[in-house]
Ligand binder design. Structure first.
Ligand code: BEZ
Ligand code: FE2
Length: 404
């Protein structure tokens, strides 16, 4: 048992002053230090500095570790030129990103307070690094391939990767399934993978309506993707319309990533089927995909979470930086309430969407916590300053163990 004595504890809806927290793997009690000391006389006591703040560890629901070698190789500004540059540089980027490169990406998340991440894995090359990470990991084995002739081979490879991830037996590691997108996965493959996810209760993720090019191709078989598919895959029609894609997910709530270009009707369906939207503002800006309308999501009562995406479409995996960009991108939002929503989106709301026992500083929750030192006594705009100032993360606990 450990008892930590921070000056402040940020919970879901209040800032506690001069309370201590007792925990082992889970949070046992939050109370006056003297009461906890009597209750747990053998606990190790950790005294913290002036203006120290303890808050929930952050949850980054969408990252691509295998592409962590990218700094300046990919072309930003518009979706299709970026995708073509990924295809052109893919082998180089993937072969340069060894375990050390992926560890660096994972450490970047740890040092910026991320205690849980969702790794979208396209080839399983990141399995080792994810298994060895200190964080909780949802390991999303991604299925991709629109050509029917390739379906069996691709599905076999996908199953092998799912099995390999299931063989990782460690606390806080969860095998999961990702479907790449409506334009890139054959419906037969989607059906088969969703059945596995359902039977084995695996978390699900997908990209959906990210770019205008995706919308035009999937809805009307035209636009920039028409040339791409004709040239590379000899296809004249999208393998799924957006509505067909969503119908496949009817009984499979998923993390639907980007969703910048969805129609009102598609958003209604996302709501009705219990999906959660993953919002990656930096990636959306760099790939020329626009800014999602969060007011529309909120009036449709669809939960949304902020995430970084991978280093193939971002310059950092720091969620505080990502929230800062979101704060400036969505300039119509009321500043302080929006800062609070952003912090909830990477803590309690993310845990709710993933059904994980984390994301809250509350008795019974896993002790996934970060500690930072504020420069000054916090005021009523604390959440805003947490995002603006990017205070150094002093320590990190994951499942009660000191991870930093
Ligand atoms: C496909 O396999 O169909 C595909 C893969 C990547 C991008 C687009 C399509
Ligand atoms: Fe992604």
């Amino acid at each position: 048992m450990i008892i930590i004595k921070p000056n402040y504890i940020l919970t879901e809806n209040e800032l506690l002053k001069n309370r201590a927290i007792a925990f082992d793997k889970t949070i046992k009690s939050i109370d006056d230090f003297n009461i906890l000391h009597v209750k747990y006389p053998d606990a190790k006591i950790v005294e913290l500095e002036k203006n120290s703040l303890l808050m929930p560890g952050l949850i980054n629901t969408h990252v691509h570790l295998e592409f962590s070698a990218n700094k300046t190789s990919l072309e930003y500004g518009s979706f299709l030129p970026w995708l073509n540059s990924v295809i052109k540089n893919r082998d180089d980027l993937i072969s340069t990103c060894n375990d050390e490169c992926m560890k660096k990406a994972i450490d970047m998340m740890l040092h910026s307070g991320t205690t849980t991440f969702g790794a979208i894995s396209s080839q399983g090359l990141d399995l080792n690094s994810a298994a060895n990470a200190k964080q909780n990991v949802l390991f999303f084995n991604e299925l991709i391939g629109s050509q029917a002739v390739m379906a069996d081979a691709l599905y076999g490879d996908f199953l092998e990767r799912v099995d390999a991830s299931k063989s990782i037996q460690r606390e806080g590691f969860y095998p999961a399934v990702a479907i790449h997108s409506p334009y890139s996965v054959h419906p037969i493959l989607i059906k088969r993978a969703l059945e596995i996810a359902k039977n084995e209760n695996l978390p699900l993720s997908a990209h959906f309506m990210e770019s205008d090019a995706e919308k035009q191709w999937c809805e009307n078989n035209c636009g920039e993707f028409a040339t791409f598919f004709k040239e590379f895959l000899k296809q004249d029609y999208s393998v799924n319309t957006p509505d067909e894609f969503l119908s496949l997910f009817e009984n499979s709530p998923a993390l639907m990533t980007h969703v910048v270009q969805a129609t009102k009707e598609q958003l209604q369906k996302l709501h009705d089927d219990g999906h959660t939207i993953i919002h990656c503002p930096v990636s959306n800006r760099l790939l020329g995909n626009g800014a999602i309308d969060l007011d529309v999501l909120e009036s449709a009562d669809i939960p949304w979470l902020c995430a970084t995406d991978g280093l193939s479409s971002n310059y950092t995996l720091n969620l505080f930086e990502e929230m800062k960009i979101a704060l400036f991108m969505h300039h119509g939002q009321d500043l302080l309430p929006f800062a609070k929503k952003l912090i909830h989106s990477v803590t309690c709301k993310a845990a709710d969407a993933l059904n994980l026992n984390t994301g809250y500083i509350k008795e019974g929750k896993n002790a996934d916590m970060i500690i930072l030192n504020l420069d000054e006594v916090p005021n009523e705009q604390l959440e805003l300053h947490l995002i603006l100032q990017q205070y150094k993360i002093q320590s990190v606990y994951i499942n009660g163990k000191e991870a930093l």
